[in-house]
Design a protein around this ligand. Structure first.
Ligand code: HEC
Ligand code: HEC
Ligand code: HEC
Ligand code: HEC
Ligand code: HEC
Ligand code: HEC
Length: 444
């Protein structure tokens, strides 16, 4: 029983083809899952969750739901692209449209593959454990993290399979060769592996190349995911121009975002705030009249003949632009009122923004005068952390203006003199030195 070199090669080649196939396939699965997650978070998560009704209904296994409900084929994807068209063509979709008074946004740019990747991602979300309403959000947050980690596992599992295959191939061959009386018993296992690698260097080379490429591709994907917020600019029900309001007409940000100094969230103005001015300002040209008519529709206002309210109010559903995951805590009051950070630092110069608001990429933020220069993509953890490491809580120890910072410096000094002095080595106390790098400050 002798195995020729040729037969061995053949075996090696099959394994190689199989391995390449596994890597490519898992690469695609990985990309698709990543795309679904990124799309869901960017486009749908403001209104939908997997397992809980919110502004929109829960989306877990919605494909089955539509199928069981007797929806027409293709009608679900049509719904996601443009629910009005779907509702007009399919009685089932018409029924769904009555779920809530608020309307879903339109996503005409999404392909069937993209929509399926979103549903695949949603269906893969684990069911949160039973618990009080308060910790549902918590569980949801943990679920997202778990999902990200489980994608990482694919690579560990594959790597393990890879190693096991290589070892067992080596082992089997060694056994066979022993039986065939070919093996040189003096050689250790590792020497033999090296010898085998040398004789098959072309195949080993290709294998190494495949593995290296996969690592590069997956690194790239991870980086891609981190930057996924930058430039995000969802559509809005009304084209509200910030430059005309906050720039040309000099309206203070706080007039509309009135909780920005007092609470966690900045707040989005209700339609009544718009009506304070737009009851009178009805628009000068067709474009303005058209856009402002959406305000009237929501306020239930008929401008003709002196103006009159019908009493039927509806909220304008603005799509949230800056969205942090549920497990992150961020407070505007802490940054704007206490830290004295300008809106421009994080949102760009909104007094010049004519287009809809978007997540301004960090490169553009860096071009604005007075902004601290950062390198990590806007809204990522690296971005928050980097600023906390750079930004001082005051302009140096002796030049404090605010009583608040005097108090902090005094307490630090009393607490631990040497620690305080080490903080001041670079002549500044940064947010980090006050605990701004502690996980629990930002994570629930
Ligand atoms: C502005 C909020 C909003 C956004 C954003 C949004 N939806 Fe919806 N969605 C709704 C509402 C509200 C409904 C319920 C139907 C109605 O009342 O008009 C709905 C219904 C649905 C349904 C039908 C659910 C069922 O139980 O039959 C699907 C599927 C759906 N949305 C998918 C998506 C997807 C996918 C995205 C992201 C690409 C998305 N939605 C983004 C608000 C939204
Ligand atoms: C007249 C009211 C008004 C004023 C004044 C105003 N905004 Fe807004 N702002 C809005 C409305 C309405 C939205 C939601 C619509 C949208 O996103 O297009 C919004 C959205 C935003 C967003 C995006 C929010 C998100 O969803 O993440 C940011 C950031 C923002 N404003 C910052 C500012 C800053 C900074 C100023 C002052 C320079 C300012 N705004 C002044 C009404 C106003
Ligand atoms: C340190 C960075 C930072 C500064 C400074 C900042 N914001 Fe924000 N802003 C954010 C982040 C992060 C979010 C997303 C918050 C979330 O999803 O919980 C956000 C969200 C918003 C929103 C959407 C609604 C909300 O509260 O989630 C508005 C409006 C807004 N900011 C307005 C402002 C205005 C006006 C100022 C200045 C007075 C300002 N922001 C200063 C980081 C900042
Ligand atoms: C403090 C007064 C004030 C408030 C509050 C206000 N606006 Fe305006 N708005 C104006 C003025 C002034 C103009 C500019 C008219 C002009 O000179 O062309 C304007 C213009 C507009 C236009 C037309 C812009 C264009 O494209 O030319 C839209 C749309 C609009 N506002 C929407 C809103 C919405 C939505 C809200 C509520 C979130 C709002 N406004 C709140 C004063 C206000
Ligand atoms: C432009 C710089 C900057 C960016 C970007 C920034 N922060 Fe901050 N942050 C500050 C400053 C300054 C303070 C300190 C305020 C003070 O004096 O207490 C602070 C304080 C905090 C605190 C309170 C820390 C404590 O010790 O109590 C939390 C929590 C926080 N930031 C979360 C975030 C999160 C989450 C992000 C990213 C989404 C973020 N920050 C982005 C500058 C920044
Ligand atoms: C200054 C605020 C801040 C601090 C401090 C901080 N984080 Fe984060 N973290 C964030 C933000 C913001 C995100 C969301 C980033 C995103 O979605 O890209 C995040 C996301 C995460 C995620 C999830 C990644 C994902 O893909 O959703 C993990 C895990 C995490 N942080 C762990 C930690 C640990 C561990 C620490 C302490 C060593 C820590 N964080 C400290 C702000 C912070």
């Amino acid at each position: 029983m002798k195995i020729s070199k040729n037969q061995m090669f053949k075996g090696g080649k099959n394994w190689l083809v199989l391995l390449i196939a596994i890597f490519l396939y898992s690469g695609f699965a990985f990309v698709s899952a990543q795309e679904g997650e990124a799309l869901f978070k960017a486009r749908c998560a403001t209104c939908h969750q997997a397992h809980k009704d919110g502004t929109g209904p829960k989306l877990f296994e919605v494909r089955q739901k539509w199928e069981n409900g007797g929806a027409k084929e293709g009608s679900l994807n049509q719904w996601v692209r443009n629910w009005q068209v779907a509702a007009a063509n399919d009685p089932y979709a018409q029924q769904v449209a009555n779920w809530a008074p608020t309307a879903m946004s339109l996503f005409p740019d999404l392909s069937d593959d993209q929509i399926n990747s979103i549903f695949d991602y949603v269906d893969a979300q684990p069911l949160p454990g039973a618990g009080g309403a308060a910790d549902v959000a918590q569980v949801g947050g943990a679920g997202t993290t778990q999902e990200t980690q489980s994608l990482g596992w694919i690579w560990y599992i594959l790597a393990t399979i890879f190693i096991v295959i290589i070892l067992s191939v080596g082992g089997v061959r060694r056994q066979l060769r022993k039986v065939a009386g070919e093996a040189d018993d003096q050689l250790t296992y590792s020497e033999e592996v090296r010898q085998w690698a040398w004789t098959n260097k072309r195949y080993v080379g290709v294998g190494v190349l495949v593995v290296t490429l996969s690592v590069i591709v997956s690194l790239f994907l991870v980086l891609y995911e981190i930057g996924v917020y930058a430039d995000y600019q969802p559509s809005q029900p009304i084209h509200f121009p910030h430059d005309i309001h906050a720039g040309k007409n000099g309206i203070d940000c706080k007039y509309c975002h009135n909780s920005v100094e007092k609470s966690k969230s900045a707040g989005i103005p209700t339609v009544n705030v718009c009506m304070n001015c737009h009851k009178q300002i009805q628009g000068n040209d067709d474009h303005q009249i058209e856009e402002i008519s959406h305000i009237y529709a929501a306020a239930g206002f008929i401008p003709d003949g002196g103006g009159q309210y019908t009493g039927e109010q509806d909220n304008i559903v603005w799509n949230k632009v800056h969205v942090l995951p549920d497990h992150v805590f961020f407070s505007h009051a802490q940054h704007v009122a206490v830290g004295g950070v300008d809106c421009k630092q994080c949102h760009g110069d909104m007094t010049k923004q004519h287009e809809l608001p978007r997540v301004v990429p960090v490169e553009e933020l860096n071009e604005i005068d007075g902004n601290i220069k950062l390198t990590r993509p806007t809204l990522t953890m690296g971005w928050c952390i980097e600023c906390h490491g750079e930004k001082e809580i005051s302009n140096g120890p002796m030049t404090n203006q605010g009583a608040y910072y005097d108090e902090i410096h005094k307490r630090l000094l009393e607490n631990d003199k040497s620690l305080y002095e080490s903080y001041l080595k670079d002549n500044k106390v940064t947010v980090k030195e006050l605990g701004g790098w502690e996980c629990a400050k930002c994570h629930y």
